[in-house]
Design a protein around this ligand. Sequence first.
Ligand code: SAH
Length: 455
Amino acid sequence: MDYFPIFLDLKQKTCLVVGGGEVALRKASILAQSGAKVKVVSPTLSEGFDRLEVEHVAERFSAQHLDGMTLAIAATDDREVNVEVSRLARERNIPVNVVDNPDLCSFVMPSILDRSPLMVAFSTGGASPVLARLLRARFESLIPEGYGRLASFAARFREKVKQKISSPSERRIFWEDVFEGKIAEKVLLGDEKRAEAMLEEGLQEGAIHQGEVYLVGAGPGDPDLLTFRALRLMHKADVVLYDNLVSKPILEMTRRDATRIYVGKKKSDHAMPQEEINEFLVRLAKEGKRVLRLKGGDPFIFGRGGEEIETLSARGVTFQVVPGITAAAGVASYAGIPLTHRDHAQSCVFVTGHLKDGSMDLDWEMLARPRQTVVVYMGLTGLEVLCSKLIEHGLPESTPAAVVQQGTTRNQKVLTGTLANLYRIAMDAKLTPPTLIIVGGVVSLREKLAWFEPN
Ligand code: SAH
């Protein structure tokens, strides 16, 4: 270990910053955030300093400025001054940091992820501050904003839990359950009242170990389109229930040792009927499992997510819903087709083009309105009916239309045409599901805006 990592309590301690430029300002402001009294020694100060409460000594640095300092930071562009600060501080045993000069430092400043009271510090010991910053950014997404609240929440109950559960190992298990389970989720969602009640209850009866369900939207296929929360819950769940819309690379991102169960939903092959899925979710949660119900796109858009959580709610199972990028939004973006556009469409409707006895039960008058984009989910089989109905109800045959296969993935294929010929074009192309249909003037913009063209 080149450096010994510690966290200092600087409240009401006076710290010295030598220098008055941008860098000095950044250092002074971090010090101020930690509650330190900051003394800035510099003949001049750059602008931002007026927003900061610091004591300004408008002089060149000299030894007496170090009197009574808890630590010192030199951030001038004058090497001589920096060397002097470093030397004098070391003589007095005052920890000193000279920005960008590891050889002059007795301590280094890490890149920090501040979720106070939780604090994560990244340091390469001065080897590469950029690398430390990149790593920090990566963790930024893994440690949500709410973790600070979670730490404070735990602090409030620490004594109480200690008194209630005397064995340290049992106490550790108790806390692990709190952090891994639904109590933590409640805190992260901002419902601390409920979380508190659950924790009290758990202390009384040891009843914390009850499962919960995460209904999570996985987006249209590209794993990069997952939300931070989706990813976090994917790493947490013990059991994963997924259907065929969830792309393989996304499924691979769930916890390695989680049980993955395919519950189907290709058009003709319902691996598990909806009612059974609903019941299954309840059963797993009651067994204490953290269950991830992973759905393509957004769970509340043509996903029957509503039905699944209705059952959960009726049976008293805790759950949360995580939105995902719905196919319309994801696929349109990757196809270079803006769903609304000042010159083409002021509104956009999403419908399902499911065929029932050879026809589609849709409000054609409404769909055939001008200056509107129509996005059709599950519409390929009914494409011929769809196009002719729209023409019949008043849309010109020349209206641009597109069908997109496996949008956002490497197999994306976009075919464009008009209401008159899209059906033929699609049939000739022998597409592989899922496919999405987009109708309206906006489709013509693709000519200029296409940007994602795999292969
Ligand atoms: N809940 C999902 C939709 C489920 S319905 C969502 O919000 O996106 C399934 C239909 O979604 C498919 O038949 C297809 O029309 C559409 N779909 C989903 N992902 C798609 C993709 N990557 N490319 C094209 N269409 C897609």
